[in-house]
Write a protein that binds this ligand. Structure first.
Ligand code: ADP
Length: 299
């Protein structure tokens, strides 16, 4: 089984002609409210594929929290680990202008109150899982506690987003560490590092993870471990909206690795899931079923 530990946010989106300057009010289109946050996105993506998936997260006792719980349950995810209360549900306030540029304010809310003690209290979820997946939209000390609670036979997958320098204890547990270009540069601590993604993968591996996956959008991905670097070919699709593609890729990869697939094979499947997710608008709303992934590969 897959356990995702991470964030759950409501994304509040308004289309505007122009994003407001200081002191200014602009009128926009109708408000759209979408379930989001990297943890909830991953849990929904994996559950929709058919993976037995649980989410450990915290939401507020409010309408946004109920929206998130409804989306998780509709996908088939186990929500027993979704703690309720302590602060309002995390929110992302997003304005989008006609060119597609956005401005975002995030209120972490309940996500900032997911504590190491919450992780310790979720022991039974950890023991039922072969793979545990985390991101960094929750406190880093909570992610450190996740690593400490990992059962000996389970695998840890981390997408360090939003990126920040990681303690050696967390890096050493990652199998794999999954990064895009921006995350790779921040974790490496050098924005001027080589332009060659295979170099980022090797440099990241030298920081301690057992394996590294670099996602490259429409260019596919790279898998890197002690045996070397393997390229994962992209699936050619008409991209409509890449929101949440990385979360779908990570969820699919974690699930496949937990099911015993070899890394390159698991990443190939994850690339098909990521490609399917970019063919539809939205994050959670865009995630494919296993049948849709199979149809994409044979089209
Ligand atoms: P992130 O959202 O974290 O930056 P990416 O954009 O790299 O992640 O997307 C994750 C994965 O989804 C990619 O490695 C790729 O396999 C797939 N993907 C993303 N965008 C496309 C695209 N335009 N065409 C095909 N596959 C894509």
């Amino acid at each position: 089984d897959l356990l995702v530990v991470g964030s759950a946010n409501a994304d509040l989106v308004i289309d505007v002609e122009r994003r407001p300057a200081a002191g200014e009010t602009v009128l926009g289109g109708d408000l759209a409210v979408h379930p989001g946050g990297k943890g909830a996105n991953q849990a929904v993506a994996a559950a929709r594929l058919g993976a037995a998936t649980a989410l450990l997260a915290r939401v507020g006792d409010d309408a946004h929290g109920r929206l998130l719980l409804d989306s998780l349950r509709a996908a088939g995810a186990d929500t027993v680990g979704v703690l309720v209360g302590g602060a309002p549900t995390g929110v992302a306030l997003i304005t989008v202008d006609p060119s597609g540029d956005n401005s975002i304010v995030v209120s972490p809310g309940a996500n900032a109150r997911l504590t190491p003690a919450d992780v310790r209290a979720a022991g039974s979820l950890f023991h039922a899982s072969r793979v545990v997946s985390a991101q960094l939209e929750i406190p880093l000390e909570t992610v450190v506690e996740v690593v400490r609670q990992l059962p000996a036979d389970s695998r840890f997958v981390l997408n360090p987003s939003p990126p920040r320098p990681l303690p050696a204890e967390v890096l050493a547990a990652c199998d794999p560490l999954i990064v895009n270009e921006h995350e790779a540069r921040v974790i490496l601590g050098d924005a001027r590092v080589s332009e060659e993604p295979a170099d980022w993968a090797r440099l990241l591996l030298a920081k301690g993870p057992r394996s590294v996956v670099v996602t490259l959008g429409a260019q596919g991905a790279l898998v890197c471990d002690a045996a070397g670097v393997t390229r994962v070919e992209p699936v050619k699709v008409d991209a409509v909206d890449t929101t949440g593609a990385g979360d779908a890729f990570t969820a699919a990869l974690a699930w496949q690795l937990g099911s015993g697939s070899a890394p390159a094979e698991a990443a190939g499947y994850a690339a098909r899931v990521g490609a399917a997710a970019v063919t539809r608008r939205g994050a959670q709303e865009s995630y494919p079923t296993a049948e849709e992934v199979d149809a994409l590969c044979c089209a």
